[in-house]
Design a protein around this ligand. Structure first.
Ligand code: URP
Ligand code: ZN
Length: 469
């Protein structure tokens, strides 16, 4: 007897789309083929006319985020993961960030974050962020990799917030990840230029949200990516560029990969779908995030990068602040905490802008929302594929369902706005299955608090020596 059969749907991987039925038992995919040849199941789901895809993997969330620019993010691991699950994602990779001038060692930070995330409804992993790179902290990178959190992010900016990693920390970190089989990544923005541009803008009397984008223009990001790529090449290590937003980045990553450098780029839902015009609206303050929203030209370059295999993953960078939280420190652009909600609508927005609008095919959609993340970040083939033996993490998407995104229809309790308000989306997740259990159906959560588990990840053995994807 099986637990679940999904029949009549189109099962998709990055390589192919197949009319096949899926048999699930004890949280795993156990059979693929004709449902008529399978044992009976407790529940049979008819997915006629629908896509049956590996559950989404969101490579970048900030739930229960510790104070960032003085303010804690709004969504906790329960509320955030629940909304994310309804939206079709079954795995999140969040961050274990040392705080502002924090002397707590990164391994302890990671253990505390794992404890806090026990309330998550979907499986979770962590990228470690070392913001206080003492010799002892850097030495712990080996232990953290072996523990199952082998990916790291550093901030190349935010010096005044006490969380920036300088070039020496960057270089040392690359050495450690190369030596011990981890992958190093960065939030790439040049701090000195940012500070200079902001001071200049403020001295000239500019305070409006659009000045966030002007002062942190794409040159700021490009210089920083270039520097990280230089260190990666010098050390002979892989690099993962977190939330890449600019066309210069796409060009540089393409060039580095052409030389054989194992470089991977993540972008986010908002860089693929929303432009800096939003910063000019009456609610422009809400749209302050870093790197900033950019022009249409940058947006389209990221889609081209996806099709060219230069941009590999799409995270949400969900770091939600309510409208009130956004202005607690003041309304001048440099005082506003950076970040936006996004995990709930990541799968729908990328489907709409990508597949429904013909920018990418369904196979590429699966690659960028799930499979590539699993391969790069050490979850494959447990996650990121519908195959016999894999976790039964599945999202069913109805490509014909059209609905408008509104904050009223959102599940992110406590957050009173969404950057995608008013978008008419064609193609919606209608069912989410996590480890064989239906946890969301037609927009309603049907799962349980705390069923998410910490995922111990192990990277591809050649992650630092060759391009694996
Ligand atoms: O603006 C952003 N991206 N906020 C979240 C923190 C980060 O840099 O990822
Ligand atoms: Zn960042």
């Amino acid at each position: 007897m099986l637990d679940l059969i999904i029949k009549n749907g189109t099962v998709v991987s990055p390589e192919m789309s197949t009319q096949t039925d899926v048999g699930i038992k004890d949280g795993k995919v156990v059979m693929l083929g004709d449902a008529g040849d399978m044992p009976e199941a407790t529940r049979v789901i008819d997915a006629q006319g629908k896509y049956v895809l590996p559950g989404g993997i969101d490579t970048h969330t900030h739930f229960n985020n510790p104070p960032f620019m003085g303010i804690e993010s709004k969504a906790d691991f329960y509320v955030g993961s629940k909304a994310t699950a309804i939206g079709g994602t079954t795995t999140i990779i969040d961050f274990a960030i040392q705080g502002h001038y924090d002397t707590t060692l990164p391994m302890e930070v990671l253990e505390r974050r794992i404890d806090l995330a026990q309330r998550s409804v979907i499986d979770f992993g962590f990228h470690s962020v070392i913001t206080n790179p003492t010799a002892e902290a850097i030495k712990q990178m080996k232990e953290i990799i072996n523990f199952g959190a082998p990916s790291f992010k550093c901030f190349m900016t935010y010096r005044k917030d006490g969380i920036m990693a300088d070039d020496a920390a960057l270089y040392e970190s690359f050495l450690q990840t190369k030596e011990h089989g981890g992958i190093f990544g960065a939030h790439t923005e040049n701090d000195a230029l940012t500070v200079h541009n902001i001071e200049k803008a403020l001295n000239e009397g500019h305070h409006e949200p659009i000045w966030h984008a002007k002062t942190k223009n794409s040159l700021i990001e490009a210089e920083s990516i270039n520097r990280a790529l230089f260190f990666a090449e010098s050390v002979g290590a892989a690099f993962y560029d977190f939330h890449m937003s600019c066309l210069e980045g796409v060009k540089m990553v393409k060039k580095a990969r052409a030389k054989g450098q194992p470089i991977y780029a993540e972008t986010t839902t908002h860089y693929l779908t929303v432009t800096d015009e939003k910063l000019k609206g009456s609610d422009g303050i809400n749209y302050i995030c870093s790197p900033p929203l950019r022009t249409r030209e940058h947006v389209e370059s990221l889609w081209t990068g996806i099709n060219d295999g230069v941009v590999h993953t799409v995270g949400s960078d969900d770091c939600s602040f309510s409208t009130k939280q956004k202005t607690v420190g003041g309304t001048s652009f440099e005082k506003v905490p950076n970040g936006m909600p996004g995990a709930e609508f990541r799968m729908a927005m990328v489907f709409n802008e990508g597949v429904s609008k013909g920018r990418i095919n369904i196979n590429k959609y699966v690659a960028i929302t799930s499979t590539n993340a699993a391969k790069i970040l050490g979850l494959y083939p447990k996650k990121g594929i519908i195959a016999v033996g894999s976790d039964a993490d599945v999202v069913i998407i109805d490509p014909d369902l059209e609905k408008e995104i509104t904050i009223k229809g959102s599940n992110l309790d406590g957050v009173d706005w969404t950057p995608f308000e008013g978008t008419k989306v064609l193609g919606w997740p209608i069912m989410t299955i996590s480890k064989g259990k239906v946890i969301a159906e037609k927009g309603q959560f049907t799962g349980c608090r705390g069923t998410g588990e910490f995922l111990k990840r192990k990277l591809h053995p050649d992650i630092n020596s060759k391009i694996i994807l």
